[in-house]
Design a binder for this molecule. Structure first.
Ligand SMILES: [Zn+2]
Length: 145
């Protein structure tokens, strides 16, 4: 799955820019990448920044349907290395649901649609996924709420 695969290629234009957190954020600010992507502390050793050696990988997440059509939101998964323990970690955008390929917004939308009595099938069709996926999302939401 997307989160754990090694990046295969990086956008060539970005190579020179992937040097440290500051240049990454500056280079990407035009594309609305938020610095809040970057964790404040390393989850492995609790070392507080700066985090180094980023790699970016383009990825996408399903988003709230618009005009009855499925939508996706594109973003990047950031791979970073802690300067304290040298471990690498991945961070996904803060608008993406951890561990799932959907946005928080779509997750809300799906839960509301189901609560309002829309069928799994109708929700699945609107999102461009199959029924099983919608049931998995619903289970995930219940187990994490
Ligand atoms: Zn660390």
């Amino acid at each position: 799955m997307c989160l754990f695969a090694e990046p295969t290629t990086l956008p060539p234009a970005d190579d020179a820019l992937i040097a440290d957190a500051t240049s990454l954020v500056l280079a990407r600010s035009a594309l609305a990448v938020s610095p809040s992507w970057m964790p404040v502390r390393c989850p492995a050793c609790n070392h507080a920044g700066p985090m180094k050696r980023h790699a970016l990988r383009a990825c996408w997440w399903r988003d709230v349907p618009s005009d009855g059509r499925p939508q996706v939101r594109r973003g990047h998964i950031v791979r970073w290395r802690c300067t304290g323990c040298q471990q690498t970690h991945s961070s996904q955008p803060n608008w993406a649901l951890p561990g799932k390929r959907l946005t928080h917004a779509l997750n809300h939308w799906v839960q509301e649609a189901l609560q309002e009595g829309q069928s799994v099938r109708a929700v699945a069709r609107a999102c461009g996924v199959d029924d099983k996926t919608v049931r998995a999302w619903a289970r995930h939401a219940r187990s994490s709420s």
